[in-house]
Design a binder for this molecule. Structure first.
Ligand code: MN
Length: 348
């Protein structure tokens, strides 16, 4: 089995040791709450489910999965429905009822996790770098920035623990890797490919097809039209101001879509949802450091982070008109990417 490199925060060197340390950190707990980042994507959902599965299979530990925000994207809703997954909105649960909290595909203090700051998680499993996360006092930390998906880490855990994922879990993990790496095209390493090929024969390809081609409401096309009309090009930097969004991950979806323009190097999508500006950033420049660009731009305004090629952030409106905040962010992005003074042209 190919594994991606374990981060510096960890005392173990591979997934077999990691699984032992994970079980040790949860020793004495009879249940566990697994929390993903807000508005979870397929990688977050799959990783949480896989951790719950591993803990139940090997430790007899009851685990519930919860998230902040909403599951908005049609594919993600279809994934949850077709794979009969039970996820709870975090606000519906009483954290006191749980002996331990695990964060997956997310880190404490990252700004996209609705975990109260006074709660120290027992477990953090993630592949995001650049997050100024508070890891102090967290008994188990496995952050592997070299991994294209947290689902890849979770697949290596299951294999190391000798647990073969059932069809549901395998399908979810496979889709998690596929979605986070754009079908192995983005930031995928050997470990991601290895996990992908291991999971494929265990997955339900019919259900996968139904998830990937999930049907969408009429609003979806209207949102797309509006987004394209509000997209401007500054040389190879594309900025899309979505305005008010019906679901927050529309920004990420549009960013992926716009990156298909052959002239694009950077895509910045911004839209408002629930009193925040949601920012999604993409680049096809392998030296892009998208996570650092986002952090530099929203310094002092909000929170964000990510990977080399993709990143995201959130800026609270705090009573300001959304257009003002978006304009300010746009100026900062253009300055950060050395496109200050470039005249914007409409995309269509
Ligand atoms: Mn992920």
């Amino acid at each position: 089995m190919n594994e991606c490199e374990v981060g510096l925060h960890s005392t173990f060197t591979n997934s077999a040791e990691a699984v032992e340390a994970l079980f040790e950190s949860l020793r004495g707990a009879s249940n566990c709450l697994i929390i993903t980042h807000d508005d979870p994507d397929p990688d977050a959902i799959a990783s949480a489910l896989a951790l719950a599965y591993l803990l139940e299979q090997r430790q007899g530990l009851k685990a519930a999965v919860a998230h902040g925000g909403i599951i908005g994207r049609a594919e993600n809703k279809a994934m949850v429905r077709l794979l009969s997954m039970e996820l709870f909105p975090l606000y519906e649960l009483d954290l006191e009822q749980f002996d331990a909290v695990a964060l997956v595909d997310a880190q404490a203090g990252a700004g996209n996790v609705s975990l109260p700051s006074e709660v120290t998680p027992t477990v953090i499993i993630d592949h995001h770098s650049d997050v100024r996360s508070d890891l102090e006092g967290v008994p188990f930390v496995d952050i592997r920035a070299a991994c294209g998906a947290t689902s890849t880490i979770m697949t290596s855990y299951l294999r190391a623990a000798g647990v073969t994922p059932d069809r549901r879990i395998a399908t979810a993990l496979f889709y998690g890797i596929k979605a986070d790496t754009l079908g192995l095209a983005r930031a995928a390493g050997e470990a991601d490919v290895d996990a992908y090929l291991y999971l494929l024969p265990l997955s339900d390809t019919r259900i996968l097809a139904q998830i990937e081609h999930a049907q969408v409401p009429l609003d979806y096309f209207r949102a797309f039209e509006r987004a394209l009309e509000r997209t401007f090009i500054y040389d190879d930097v594309v900025i899309c101001s979505l305005g008010s969004m019906d679901w927050p991950d529309l920004a990420a979806e549009m960013a992926d879509f716009l990156l298909r323009w052959e002239g694009a190097r950077w895509i910045i999508c911004m839209g408002t949802y629930a009193d925040e500006v949601v920012i999604s950033l993409r680049t096809n420049d392998i030296d892009g450091y998208a996570g650092l660009v986002v952090q530099a731009v929203i310094e002092g305004l909000g929170t964000g982070g990510g990977h080399t090629l993709m990143a995201g952030g959130r800026v609270p409106l705090d009573g300001q008109p959304p257009e003002d905040v978006v304009r300010k962010l746009q100026r900062r992005f253009l300055r950060q990417l050395d496109r200050e003074g470039v005249e914007g042209a409409k995309l269509i």
